[in-house]
Design a protein around this ligand. Structure first.
Ligand code: NAD
Length: 297
């Protein structure tokens, strides 16, 4: 049993904190939202008055915040975790944030003798609820070894990606593959429709051919072939287009900062920008097939 501070109890953090309680850990929880706090307490966590109260006495602190801006405030703002934590407390940021901020915060923590791991996740809200997330972890091996058994209570795979920032790098590279491949699969289904090829037949053939990929076989953007996919429930998320756009823009920021050419990643970011701008921020990201078909946007 570990004493864990958990900050950021939203769509992801709420069920993740609940899974830590279920695994027998003692969780001190904090969120700016009273409703989110209430749900965490109902799940068995103790309420903390603020972030520094959640960190006091903790063996490990997990944060699950919207973006780099909030992570910057919570870790390095006035009274932030980096100044409030005891030096033997391990800090683990599971939020998806930009690589540059992750590296800066990890270095600021190291300056106080603390280890801060970047450990973003894949698997979405369903994975958070089912404790089947994948964690991609950046930071020293010693910190990874300590965090791994605790992260396993919330996920099915916990992978050490490398040094500080490597977890965030893995997350944005993975999601750039996902965004680009989803658009490619959508374009193929729309072209098939126009050519008179049945969607079921394209699925049957491509799922056994070289076009096979996760966007096709696990998350098919046309209803029918994959019963659990959001396409069968009017593109309710799942993984929202706004989240996909956030991750594609983080990938573009990193690519531009390092001078890496990622033209398909840039095009995917532009297309998801149009889709979100047309009012589909909360639509599942596979719903972009409607825009590609000319139905939206
Ligand atoms: P969310 O907006 O539902 O939750 C974020 C929570 O952080 C909110 O409850 C908010 O009140 C709280 N918060 C913000 N600032 C705070 C502060 N200063 N102190 C304390 N609490 C604060 O977001 P989410 O969907 O849970 O996503 C969290 C992170 O996980 C994001 O970085 C996101 O990119 C990543 N992620 C989300 C998904 C998904 O499907 N939702 C999947 C993978 C990764």
């Amino acid at each position: 049993m570990a004493r864990i501070g958990f900050i950021g109890l939203g769509n992801m953090g709420g069920p993740m904190a609940a899974n830590l309680v279920k695994a027998g850990h003692k969780v001190a929880a904090f969120d700016l939202s009273a409703d989110r706090m209430g749900a965490a307490v109902a799940a068995g966590a103790a309420a903390s008055a603020d972030a520094s109260a959640a960190v006091s006495g903790a063996d490990l602190v997990i944060t699950m915040l919207p973006s780099g801006r909030e992570a910057e405030t919570v870790y390095d703002g006035p009274g932030g975790l980096i100044s409030a934590a005891r030096t033997n407390t391990l800090l683990v940021d599971c939020s998806t944030i930009d690589v540059a901020t992750a590296r800066r915060l990890n270095a600021a923590a190291a300056g106080r003798g603390l280890i801060l791991l970047d450990a973003p996740v894949s698997g979405g809200v369903a994975g958070a609820a089912a404790a089947s997330l994948t964690f991609m972890v950046g930071g020293p091996a010693e910190g990874f070894a300590k965090a791994e058994p605790i992260l396993k209570a919330m996920g099915k795979a916990v992978i050490h990606a490398g040094e500080a920032g490597a977890g965030q790098a893995a997350k944005i590279c993975n999601n750039m593959i996902l965004g680009v491949s989803m658009i490619a699969v959508c374009e193929a289904f729309v072209l098939a429709e126009r050519l008179g090829l049945a969607a079921e037949k394209l699925f049957e053939i491509s799922s056994k051919s070289s076009g096979q990929c996760w966007s096709l076989t696990s998350y098919c953007p046309v209803p029918g072939p994959v019963p659990g996919a959001p396409s069968n429930r009017g593109y309710q998320p799942g993984f929202t287009a706004a989240m996909m756009l956030k991750d594609l823009r983080l990938a573009q920021e990193a690519a531009i900062a390092g001078g890496t050419a990622t033209p398909l990643g840039a095009e995917a970011a532009a297309l998801y920008g149009l889709f979100v701008g047309a009012g589909d921020a909360q639509t599942d990201f596979s719903g972009i097939i409607r825009m590609i078909r000319g139905e939206r946007g």
